[in-house]
Design a protein around this ligand. Structure first.
Ligand SMILES: NC(=O)c1ccc[n+]([C@@H]2O[C@H](COP(=O)([O-])OP(=O)(O)OC[C@H]3O[C@@H](n4cnc5c(N)ncnc54)[C@H](OP(=O)(O)O)[C@@H]3O)[C@@H](O)[C@H]2O)c1
Length: 222
């Protein structure tokens, strides 16, 4: 059993929490407003879930999911994330997050920015390229013919291995998309972002295997 800390318990954070609880893991939810605002979410998830301040969710976790607006990167509990495997689900959008020059000129990826803010953590970009309703609907047991694949990118092989193990338990295979510098290939608007899993209008989504994800990553341009 893994303890998954969730920093940002919104659409994606709660979807990961639901899948993790279903797979038998513990989750510790957090958000910007405090654990008292997550009473309903904890009640929905049941006895394997608790809520805490972000610093305590990070401290308690084996793996931490950061699922916040990029503008919140400056408010994360840096010390508590030292030594942790961190899953970065986040997408940058200047219309929502305001301009960030080093992202606008593509000199670094948004996951590299997060890694710079969390120097003691091992950041793995994942879940950023799948709509939350598809993430929930497409989970399948290991070995299922229609099991979907999710791209992951990071600089630590150990962290990518830990993330792959977690994903396997909650219903997904992973595809190694390279380093954090390579993760632009799965950022907003790229071919692998959303499209392989079908249109948002179909909440059940469409399964996407390794060949589809490999081809979509290879088709990315900038
Ligand atoms: N929605 C999707 O299908 C989807 C898919 C892939 C990737 N993403 C990306 O994943 C990230 C989260 O998206 P979302 O749609 O789940 O967003 P969301 O529903 O708006 O939830 C955002 C969460 O972040 C929390 N938060 C904000 N600032 C925080 C801070 N400083 N510390 C702790 N928690 C903080 C919010 O807490 P409060 O409510 O208390 O403020 C809220 O729980 C975004 O970067 C998004 O682009 C989303």
């Amino acid at each position: 059993m893994t303890t998954v800390g969730i920093i940002g318990s919104g659409q994606i954070g709660m979807t990961v929490a639901r899948l993790a609880v279903r797979a038998g893991h513990r989750v510790v939810l957090s958000n910007s407003r405090g654990p008292e605002t997550l009473v309903g979410a904890v009640a929905e998830l049941g006895a394997q879930a608790t809520a805490a301040a972000s610093v305590d969710a990070a401290s308690a976790a084996d793996i931490v999911v950061i699922s916040v607006p990029v503008t919140a990167f400056g408010n994360l509990p840096v010390a508590a994330l030292d030594g942790k495997t961190v899953i970065d689900t986040c997408n940058y959008g200047p219309e929502r997050d305001g301009p960030i020059p080093e992202l606008d000129d593509a000199s670094i990826t948004s996951s590299t920015l997060l890694q710079q803010r969390l120097p003691g953590a091992a950041v793995v970009k994942a879940f950023n390229s799948i709509f939350h309703k598809h993430l929930f609907a497409l989970a399948r047991p290991a070995g299922a013919d229609d099991r979907s694949v999710i791209p992951i990118a990071g600089d630590s092989d150990a962290a990518k291995s830990a993330v792959t193990g977690l994903f396997d338990s909650i219903g997904y295979d992973t595809f190694d998309a390279g380093s954090l510098a390579d993760s632009w290939r799965q950022e907003t608007g790229t071919p692998v972002w959303g499209t392989p899993y079908g249109p948002y209008s179909d909440e059940q989504g469409a399964s996407a295997g390794a060949d589809a994800i490999r081809a979509a990553l290879a088709a990315a341009t900038r």
